[in-house]
Design a protein around this ligand. Structure first.
Ligand code: NOJ
Ligand code: CA
Length: 711
């Protein structure tokens, strides 16, 4: 057979080819190369190489439709288009000031023999990977259609080491398992004491994305998706014998996957690859594949740190609920108070005082509104009233007190999974926030979703989270969503959607089995690939914080500080209680100082499951901050400060684990020292088992007397 090569720039060439052995189209950017072709039956196939090594072996593409047809076979290529883009943009907030968007794009126009249906596949090849998506052009015979399955495959080239969580449709709050692909088998799932969320894991060989892998020859591969909207989320079914991953879409209540109306497209499927683990963490590919901000005036969107009436409920010292039961009503017709209610006016004022005194911008209060007596596991259509405070929460007084102290209040809207009810109440709830000066809201979706049968990660909910972000933007409200689908870079498009939980946060250390010391060294390679997480770091009282037996935070105090740099979020909680911070004021100083918005980020060294060391430059300042964390092993982190201004002097304040610190036996031992440093200094940070190091580096021109040089 005659081989036909195509290399076109910027125009469409009709081909009418059905089958080629050689790629029909190729594209490349530095070490990353993409091939596309149709096989003899007109099945679309792609392959990805890094430095000539196969990353994705020839793998099928396409979708299946509910009408029993498939847009995955009998295609001919009717044309291809190629273009290169190299541009820059500035995020509203983030890890860096400017992001380069540099890729080569190939659009393959396909037409199906017989029905004549049209589908395009758009590939974007970046220096650090490949993104692709399906586009369904306007056409007479494909108007409204239902996707019943996605054919997309990722045929991996080996039995890679994999960091995975089970393919649950409703929860991503799992610890990671590290295993070879051949050993993926998610039964039995985590023990029941960790069961805060609903769990729906129908396929024991399915895993969630972002999926992080490492090959035997030291390549790092991450598979996820970008710009998930108007579609359902993608999980991956794993063939443990052949190492082939296949898209497995989260169904709706009827078992359908996605409802489409052409012209339309799917989210991007993303493959990030590098021989350096640090490149995976610095990749901006997922953000680049998302649309620019749909919010034009973003001046009201402000990154911030906050404290909250929260950890005291998590640790059992206080309750969300005002009464013990919803049916206990006194002679005045009011609920009978239980005396343990956390969100009472006096207690909230205590947090406001603490925030004001320490320069923390905001206070979150949970358990302030009616409904908490019967919120958990009830699966009711209507549980919460989002504008009705409990009798001991004086919303007007709290607002005026907070504003007199220059502190913002963060609203809490737990929906207990009743998203349809939240949609009905949303305008009223946001108007209430506007009235009382709340500029952000923490939403929550604990429990089974209503509408009944929908899943947290299905299309209906995927669109709900976006609707909430859009609606919040109308009211100039920022969002921190708990229990949503894991992020896919939509914070670029909706920069008021500041953070999500969508993963296993620090709170699991208050109940369940906690998080292993390795957990935070895996999260940036998995959960954080799609966007910021409200991880709630900063628990400094590591032991004896709860009445439950044998509970301990699985880190040292200093590692909790380091998390503020390693785990990026524009909304960061100082999660511990004011009275605990008062006991560790010297360590708390780092939390006061650390920014939540950055001009630059350099991941110095990283290995998933083992360690991460990150340096970041404060937005609009010459100050740098470093966070280094390790797993259960102690280590030294060498950090050359060559990113500092060569001509300037700095004072580095190093928050270090004490020599005898150990997350298990001596977690609260630390030391703090200040030194003079410059761009020639290399810090040698010693991390205890399960420990970390946190460094603030401030440029100085004077006031250095008596401060020793770093040796
Ligand atoms: C689970 C959330 O993750 C947690 O932060 C919150 O306190 C509870 N739900 C109650 O809404
Ligand atoms: Ca949660």
């Amino acid at each position: 057979m005659k081989h036909i090569y195509i290399l076109l720039l910027g125009y469409i060439m009709p081909l009418g080819l059905a089958a080629q052995e050689k790629p029909a189209v190729s594209a490349g950017m530095n070490k990353v190369k993409l091939d596309f072709r149709l096989d003899a039956q007109g099945h679309p196939e792609y392959a990805v190489y890094y430095d000539q090594k196969p990353i994705i072996k020839p793998s099928r593409l396409g979708v299946k439709l509910l009408d029993n047809t498939g847009l995955d076979h009998d295609f001919v290529i009717t044309g291809t288009e190629k273009k290169s883009i190299d541009e820059q943009w500035n995020p509203v907030w983030g890890e860096v000031k400017t992001i380069r968007n540099h890729y080569e794009q190939v659009i393959v126009h396909l037409k199906q023999n017989g029905p004549g249906r049209l589908m395009d596949i758009v590939f974007r090849v970046f220096e650090d990977g490949v993104g692709f998506r399906y586009v369904f052009p306007k056409q007479p015979d494909l108007k409204h259609f239902i996707v019943s399955d996605e054919v997309t495959e990722f045929a991996l080239a080996g039995n890679h080491k994999t960091f995975w969580i089970p393919g649950d449709y409703d929860s991503n709050e799992y610890p990671y398992t590290t295993s070879a692909i051949s050993e993926i088998n998610n039964q039995p799932i985590v023990a029941s004491s960790d069961d805060i969320a609903v769990k729906t894991v129908p396929d024991k060989y399915a895993v969630q994305t972002p999926l992080m892998m490492k090959t035997a020859d030291g390549l790092y591969i991450n598979i996820h998706e970008a710009a998930l909207v108007n579609y359902t989320s993608m999980q991956l079914h794993v063939d443990i014998a052949t190492y082939k991953l296949t898209a497995s879409l989260v169904p709706d209540a009827l078992g359908n996957k996605a409802y489409m109306s052409a012209p339309c497209h799917t989210p991007w499927r993303t493959i990030i690859v590098s021989d350096k683990a640090t490149d995976i963490l610095e990749s901006k590919m997922i953000l680049n594949l998302n649309d620019p901000s749909k919010i034009t005036n973003t001046s009201w969107i402000k990154p911030m740190k906050f404290v909250g009436v929260w950890w005291e409920m998590q640790t059992g010292k206080a309750t969300w609920n005002y009464a013990n039961r919803a049916d206990t009503v006194g002679t005045d017709g009011q609920l009978i108070p239980n005396k343990t209610h956390g969100a009472n006016t006096a207690n909230v004022k205590r947090y406001i005082d603490f925030a004001a005194k320490n320069g923390i911008q905001a206070v979150l209060v949970e358990g302030w509104n009616y409904g908490w007596e019967e919120w958990f596991g009830t699966w009711k259509e209507y549980v919460f009233d989002f504008v009705k405070p409990y009798p001991d929460f004086d919303v007007a007084a709290i607002t005026s007190y907070a504003s007199s102290k220059g502190v913002k209040m963060i609203m809490h809207n737990e929906t207990s999974g009743s998203a349809s009810d939240y949609e009905r109440q949303m305008d009223t709830a946001f108007r209430f926030m506007n009235k009382y000066g709340y500029t952000s809201v923490k939403t929550g979706y604990v429990g089974k979703i209503i509408p009944r049968g929908e899943h947290h990660d299905g299309e209906w909910m995927v669109n709900h989270y976006v609707r909430a972000a859009q609606k919040a933007a109308d009211y100039h409200i920022m969002i921190d969503a708990h229990e949503p689908v894991r992020p896919t870079g939509l914070q670029r498009t909706y920069p008021n959607w500041m953070a999500s939980e969508a993963g296993r946060g620090n709170e699991y250390n208050a109940f369940g089995h906690g998080n292993k010391p390795e957990h935070e060294t895996i999260m940036p390679f998995t959960r954080f690939m799609g966007g910021p997480m409200d991880y709630t770091p900063g628990i400094l009282k590591i032991t004896n914080y709860t009445s439950l037996p044998d509970k301990q935070i699985h880190t040292t105090v200093v590692k909790q500080l380091a998390l503020y740099v390693v785990l990026y979020s524009p909304l960061q909680m100082a999660a511990d209680l004011p009275e605990n911070y008062e006991k560790y004021l010297d360590a708390f100083q780092f939390i006061k100082d650390v920014p939540v918005d950055w001009d630059d980020t350099k991941v110095i060294e990283a290995e998933p499951g083992n360690y991460i060391t990150t340096a970041r430059k404060e937005k609009g300042s010459e100050n740098w901050f470093i966070g280094a964390i390790t797993n259960e092993n102690s280590r030294s982190a060498l950090v050359p400060l060559n990113f500092l201004d060569k001509k300037a002097k700095y004072i580095a304040t190093i928050y270090a684990d004490a020599v005898n610190a150990d997350w298990k036996t001596n977690p609260e031992a630390y030391r703090i020292n200040s030194y003079l440093v410059d761009a020639n200094t290399t810090l040698n940070l010693k991390l205890a088992k399960g420990g970390g190091a946190a460094v603030s580096i401030k440029q100085v021109t004077s006031g250095t007397k008596g401060i020793p040089s770093y040796k």
